[in-house]
Design a protein around this ligand. Structure first.
Ligand SMILES: NC(=O)c1ccc[n+]([C@@H]2O[C@H](COP(=O)([O-])OP(=O)(O)OC[C@H]3O[C@@H](n4cnc5c(N)ncnc54)[C@H](OP(=O)(O)O)[C@@H]3O)[C@@H](O)[C@H]2O)c1
Length: 263
């Protein structure tokens, strides 16, 4: 039986690099995102470089019908001598702007993707992982914004707080099982994320490279670490949460505006 990992948001950025990491470590892959050509290109690359098999599943995870139909589309691939060993909930979006200027549909889309899809896929994964009894892993990608209340990122920061809290509790509840849960919380990473979020960078201060962030996240997942923050600067930033609340918001706002243009 071959171990298989499902990676959401694997058409770019950290998700694409985590798929590469997992393929290098012998996982077959189920690649999920909306852009089919990107996924097919990656599947070809991984097959050639590591000899792994990939199933390409184009899917809009913010669409309830497509989300509910996703796991059924993995069945034939898994039935060919594979078991689902890892679920990597990486797909995520956010909008950098004052909440009042954002439209309700966009906020809802971010909540549907960052919270609903992640939670639904964990529900679908657990019975499969319990059944095969092999070591199994959930890796949820949150953000340093999960620790830090971030002005201009109200919905995004709040959804990532959900991911962190949810993952910590799930890890505890599953501590005596074959399933570990890891929450990775990167700070700034050079990907397409900023462009999609409407962020204009002033510089690359403190930004990490996606392949490094992906490697550290997969390492943490395989170690079964509950919460992982990559990079010394990011780790230090999480200490802001111990300051009085009234100080946290202006401090986080100021530090964001060092790298990102204001709206
Ligand atoms: N970059 C950062 O600074 C940073 C920092 C902390 C945390 N993160 C988190 O890291 C994760 C990955 O982000 P990234 O930086 O790698 O950004 P990215 O390059 O923009 O990748 C986002 C991925 O999510 C997919 N996606 C977006 N909407 C989707 C939808 N509705 N259905 C299915 N897939 C969807 C995108 O693929 P398609 O467009 O093809 O669907 C893409 O593969 C996110 O959860 C993000 O919040 C990023």
């Amino acid at each position: 039986m071959r171990k298989t990992a499902l990676v959401t948001g694997s058409s770019s950025g950290i998700g694409q690099d985590m798929a590469r990491e997992l393929a290098a470590r012998g996982f077959d892959l189920i690649l999920v995102a909306r852009r089919r050509e990107r996924l097919e290109q990656l599947a070809g690359e991984l097959a050639a470089a590591h000899g792994v098999a990939c199933l390409v599943l184009p899917c809009d995870l913010a669409d309830r019908v497509q989300l509910d139909g996703l796991m059924a589309r993995t069945q034939d691939f898994l039935a060919e001598g594979r078991f689902l060993a890892a679920l990597v909930n990486n797909a995520g979006t956010g909008v950098w702007d004052w909440f009042e200027k954002q439209d309700a549909a966009t906020s809802q889309r971010d909540i549907d993707l960052n919270i609903t899809a992640l939670t639904t896929l964990c529900h679908a994964f657990l019975p499969l992982a319990r059944q095969h009894r092999q070591p199994a892993y959930i890796l949820n990608i949150a953000s340093i914004a999960a620790f830090l209340p971030t002005p201009r990122f109200a919905v995004y920061s709040a959804t990532k707080s959900y991911v962190l809290r949810f993952s910590e509790i799930l890890a505890y509840e599953l501590r005596d099982s074959n399933i570990s849960v890891t929450c990775s919380c990167p700070g700034g990473v050079m990907t397409e994320f900023m462009e999609h979020a409407g962020q204009t960078l002033k510089g690359e201060t403190g930004m990490m490279a996606s392949p490094e962030v992906a490697r550290l996240a997969v390492d943490a997942m395989l170690r079964g670490e509950a919460v992982q923050v990559p990079g010394a600067l990011n780790k230090a930033s999480t200490l802001v949460r111990f300051l009085p609340r009234a100080l946290q918001l202006p401090l986080v706002e100021r530090s964001m505006l060092v790298t990102v243009q204001d709206k």
